[in-house]
Design a protein around this ligand. Structure first.
Ligand code: ATP
Length: 455
């Protein structure tokens, strides 16, 4: 099949003009110094996927690679280029990561570039003792950079500097895969090396509506069957970094609108076992709980002000595990302290609530029982509860939890009660009486107080 390669002009017409201008300036700076500059990774992919010449594509993650040196001094090229660009764009913040010879320029809510993040790396090859105008040398060093990447569609590079500006470097058939709409890994042991790539692959597949290419799928299954969980959790110096990246990928997926389709695909591949081996698939019951959770989130926290929704989804998945595993998995994935604690205490809370709730005769007793738990805990408990208990929890959260005593501390003072610790008890009793329908207005409340707390 013939693949159509867009010209530089066509690519320009797809991109936001300010972003294009930035790339042009970066390219000019590199050229002045005798270097080559490439746009690589996701930005090239997105640029090729954006077919229309809308002139509006504003990619927020730009990866640039500088290459083509002939002086040892040029190993810091990425950093130098970033510094030169920052002179031209004072609004951008410069970050330098010395150890890796990479730099980043960051814009925050810029009127034109929005929250743009430009990473500039130096191709990690030895410099050459002869001029790098030689295209073969050029190819070998950027090729190495691309070869370390995850999927063919992410391993494309677009040359920005002349000569041959606009040339697409496609060593692994990424363009064909883009056209065939498939996710193909670069090498056989890729997922063994880095299991988070399984989650990345799924994310790209679902996001773009691509298929995971068959051989790639076999590599994924092989990696999973070779004990992916043990490898990702067994203590060694690489584990924390791996878990951090796994969490980042899970977050990425659970934040996306397509989270459900992604989890289903992860389940089909057996890849949820990276979280815990007992998560063989995304079964009906877990799916039901996750959907129930969505309803809770929409109802109780539609603006995402109380809870972090992706985190609640992850907590619900971990809560689905047997109680003995929960805290350990939460710790492995480096969840926040409060999440870990909640998952640790969930089983106990579940027992307490399941046992005590049916014995409550009065609304005030329900409120007194449930007040001891926070919203996310009650949501997790609800997911694991029978319908009648869930209904009570729901009613508590929507109605009873919001009822306040008819009088407040100020009112008590005006009524002549001496401020002190007994206020708490008086207000509690007033609230209970209100919840239980004994008092309905101020007069009744005052009468209630006169009876129980005569002065
Ligand atoms: P998105 O649009 O979701 O940000 P992206 O492709 O830009 O997608 P990033 O996570 O920003 O994704 O990664 C940038 C590039 O770095 C990728 O295109 C890929 O080439 C490479 N990359 C990222 N993570 C890995 C990994 N775990 N293994 C190999 N290459 C990776």
């Amino acid at each position: 099949e013939d693949v159509e390669i867009p010209t530089l002009g066509e690519l320009r017409d797809r991109l936001n003009p300010k972003l294009w201008e930035l790339l042009t300036k970066a390219s000019a700076q590199a050229k002045q110094r005798g270097w080559h500059l490439y746009l690589v990774g996701g930005a090239v992919r997105d640029l090729l996927l954006a077919k229309e010449a809308s002139g509006s594509l504003l990619i927020q993650d730009i990866d640039l690679v500088v290459d083509g040196f002939h002086k040892a001094a040029d190993v810091g090229a990425g950093v130098e280029l970033a510094k030169a660009l920052q002179q031209l764009y004072p609004a951008a913040r410069l970050e330098i990561h010395g150890a890796f010879q990479t730099a980043a320029l960051l814009w925050h809510k810029d009127p034109e570039l929005d929250s743009l993040w430009v990473d500039i790396a130096t191709a990690r090859t030895e410099f050459y003792p002869y001029p790098a105008a030689n295209p073969e040398v050029e190819a070998s060093s950027i090729r190495q950079d691309l070869y370390r990447r995850d999927f063919t569609i992410n391993a494309l590079a677009l040359r920005l500097t002349p000569p041959r500006a606009g040339k697409l470097l496609d060593f692994f058939g990424g363009l064909l895969d883009l056209q065939a709409k498939q996710i193909r890994v670069l090498h056989a042991n890729s997922f063994i090396e880095d299991p988070t790539r399984i989650y990345r692959g799924v994310r790209f597949a679902v996001r773009f509506g691509f298929k995971i290419e068959q051989q790639t799928e076999e590599y994924i299954r092989y990696a999973i069957n070779s004990g992916v969980y043990d490898r990702t959790t067994k203590e060694n110096h690489k584990t924390p970094a791996l878990q951090t990246r796994l969490k980042a990928e899970i977050k990425h997926i659970l934040e996306a609108t397509y989270w459900q389709a992604a989890l289903e695909l992860l389940g089909d591949l057996g890849a949820l076992q990276c979280i815990h081996p007992s998560l063989k698939t995304l079964d009906e019951e877990l799916l039901r709980q996750l959907r129930l959770l969505e309803r809770c989130l929409r109802k109780f926290d539609p603006e995402q002000t109380l809870l972090t929704h992706w985190q609640m989804r992850l907590e619900a998945m971990i809560a689905y595990l047997a109680p003995a595993y929960r805290a350990k998995v939460a710790k492995n994935l480096q969840l926040q302290e409060d999440s870990i604690e909640r998952l640790q205490k969930l089983a106990q809370a579940q027992i307490e609530i399941t046992n005590a709730l049916p014995t409550c005769q009065l609304t005030s007793q329900v409120v007194k029982l449930l007040r001891a738990y926070d919203l996310p805990m009650l949501i997790l408990v609800a997911l694991h509860s029978s319908r009648p208990i869930r209904k009570l929890l729901w009613h508590y959260l929507t109605v009873w939890a919001n009822i306040e005593p008819i009088l407040n501390g100020n009112d008590l003072k005006k009524l002549g009660y001496k401020p002190g610790p007994q206020y708490r008890q008086m207000l509690d009793e007033l609230l209970a009486a209100t919840l239980d329908g004994e008092i309905r207005d101020r007069t009744q409340a005052e009468k209630f107080l006169a009876q129980h707390y005569p002065q």
